[in-house]
Design a protein around this ligand. Structure first.
Ligand code: HEC
Length: 476
């Protein structure tokens, strides 16, 4: 065993930094940093990448029994120590250290010190291969866990969760209003600063009890009284106001979200209230239902691209083609009666049939050719073919439109023979079919087969209800 006695100045640096780090970790709670020093902590996210790469490189060489260049190991160790110390400074800027930060700090500190021990062992050239190997493996583990906790501190606990799980979860049927709606709004827009790791204003927003307990100012939420609740007051302040929440620069709550929070507090800020407990006419119920609608734009991202120039070229005085919303490739097609109508006006659109989600060709003298075009639009959701000459024969073509939700087909010659087609359209939500040859028996059969389908066969359902109500009132 040869002990190198020549101590170089780098050894002092490593020794000094190690001592300083140990001091920081041990006396954490007694240390107050001057602002300039605390500012050094801001470099932590930048420098931390160096020791990760350098240490892993050293470990790789070590485990594969190659010689580790002394300079490489020295740099790795110094960077590890500097990173740990800068991380400590950064942590000082966070008022209260939560569990994640606690673990990140101690794992990172441990990693740097372990690297320093390795440096020292290497310096004295102790031929203890097993010990060095254990140390190297431990370093890999520490790099992984330190990084993992660090990621969770900065990006939230589910940072490394699979992207699939990270996607916004669908709100369940009959949601719990606190857990599934209010809680998610807060998670998305507030919890990043009001959690155990970053307890801004001494306010935690990760559970209802914590919200009710409030923060520094207090009165965060007063059940039944949104006007007096600090949380509501702050989200209504002008964005320039220093008290506005979330602070300027963060994505603010939208009008829908603000109303949901207000109404939920007005209803007593309960965590057991469900959507079904609310009357359908209550504003809160409507707001939540809005939220439960799938985002239409997302549904259409997979459609083939359609250029604005294409839309312009094919539009005419009698044919309007429009995007359903700005920037989406889902189109709405409206055809108006022209003196020189020919089927070609519509059948020419075959090349964008995948993009057509709404079509209004009511009042046009259409036949089988046009119906074939309609049936070739697999994403069609809304179709108006009322007041046209179509009959049961042509209607049969439509049975492939599985996405069709709304069908206006009143004032046509269709009869009971078309009922099987309607039954096949599983996605159908609303059907307008007064003034046809369909019998009331067939209608009832259809209603039984598809109870969620709303059929408008003349009298508006709401009108019918009030009609029935008034009728029974007059009897009393
Ligand atoms: C970027 C960080 C950040 C985000 C995001 C954020 N806050 Fe804050 N919040 C703070 C800070 C900092 C304070 C303390 C300073 C103050 O009182 O203005 C605070 C204080 C508060 C307080 C006062 C607590 C008390 O009793 O003193 C409330 C209430 C509050 N926030 C609500 C919210 C709500 C609601 C959201 C989400 C819509 C939100 N915050 C999002 C940083 C944030």
């Amino acid at each position: 065993m040869t002990v190198i006695t020549k101590i170089k100045w780098v050894d002092y640096v490593v020794f000094g930094l190690s001592l300083f780090l140990i001091f920081c970790l041990v006396f954490d709670s007694y240390i107050e940093l001057p602002r300039l020093i605390a500012w050094l902590g801001r470099w932590h996210p930048l420098v931390l990448h160096f020791p990760i790469v350098l240490l892993l490189l050293c470990v790789f060489l070590g485990l594969t029994n190659k010689k580790i260049p002394k300079l490489l190991l020295t740099l790795a160790v110094i960077f590890a120590l500097v990173t740990a110390i800068s991380g400590f400074f950064l942590g000082k800027e966070t008022g209260v250290k939560g569990e994640l930060l606690f673990w990140h700090q101690w794992l990172g500190g441990g990693l740097a010190l372990l690297a320093a021990i390795w440096y020292w062992l290497d310096g004295v050239s102790i031929e203890n291969k097993i010990l060095t190997k254990i140390l190297q493996v431990a370093i890999i583990g520490l790099v992984f866990f330190t990084g993992h906790y660090g990621g969770m501190v900065t990006h939230g606990e589910d940072f490394l969760a699979l992207p699939l799980e990270k996607r916004e979860e669908k709100i369940p049927e009959n949601p719990l209003i606190y857990k599934d709606v209010v809680g998610r709004i807060l998670d998305k827009k507030c919890v990043s600063c009001h959690n155990p790791n970053k307890k801004k204003g001494e306010l935690l927003m990760t559970s209802l009890n914590e919200l009710l307990a409030g923060g520094e100012v207090g009165n965060t939420i007063i059940p039944g009284n949104p006007q007096e609740s600090e949380l509501i007051r702050r989200i209504h302040l002008p964005i320039e106001d220093g008290d506005h929440m979330p602070p300027d620069g963060k994505k603010p709550l939208d009008a829908n979200e603000i109303q949901i929070l207000e109404q939920w507090i007005a209803k007593g800020a309960s965590d057991t209230l469900r959507l079904q407990h609310l009357e359908a006419s209550e504003p809160l119920a409507g707001l939540i239902r809005n939220l439960m609608q799938p985002d239409p734009n997302e549904k259409w991202v997979r459609l083939p691209k359609v250029a604005d120039s294409t839309i312009l070229r094919w539009s005419s005085d009698y044919l309007t083609i429009r995007r359903i919303a700005g920037g989406v490739n889902a189109l709405s097609v409206n055809l108006y009666k022209s003196p020189a109508y020919e089927a070609k006006q519509l059948t020419d659109l075959k090349f964008i049939s995948e993009n057509i989600v709404q079509m209004d060709i009511s009042g046009i003298p259409i036949g089988q050719e046009e119906m074939n075009l309609v049936a070739s639009c697999p994403n069609l959701e809304w179709l108006e073919i009322d007041q046209t000459p179509i009959s049961d024969n042509e209607l049969d073509t439509l049975k492939v439109l599985s996405d069709l939700k709304i069908l206006k087909i009143y004032s046509t010659a269709i009869s009971d023979k078309s009922i099987p087609v309607f039954k096949k359209l599983k996605g159908l939500q609303k059907l307008y079919l007064w003034n046809t040859k369909i019998s009331s028996n067939a209608l009832n059969e259809l209603k039984n087969a598809n109870p969620t389908l709303k059929i408008d066969s003349g009298i508006d359902e709401e009108l019918q209800n009030t009609f029935v109500k008034q009728d029974s009132l007059s009897k009393n």
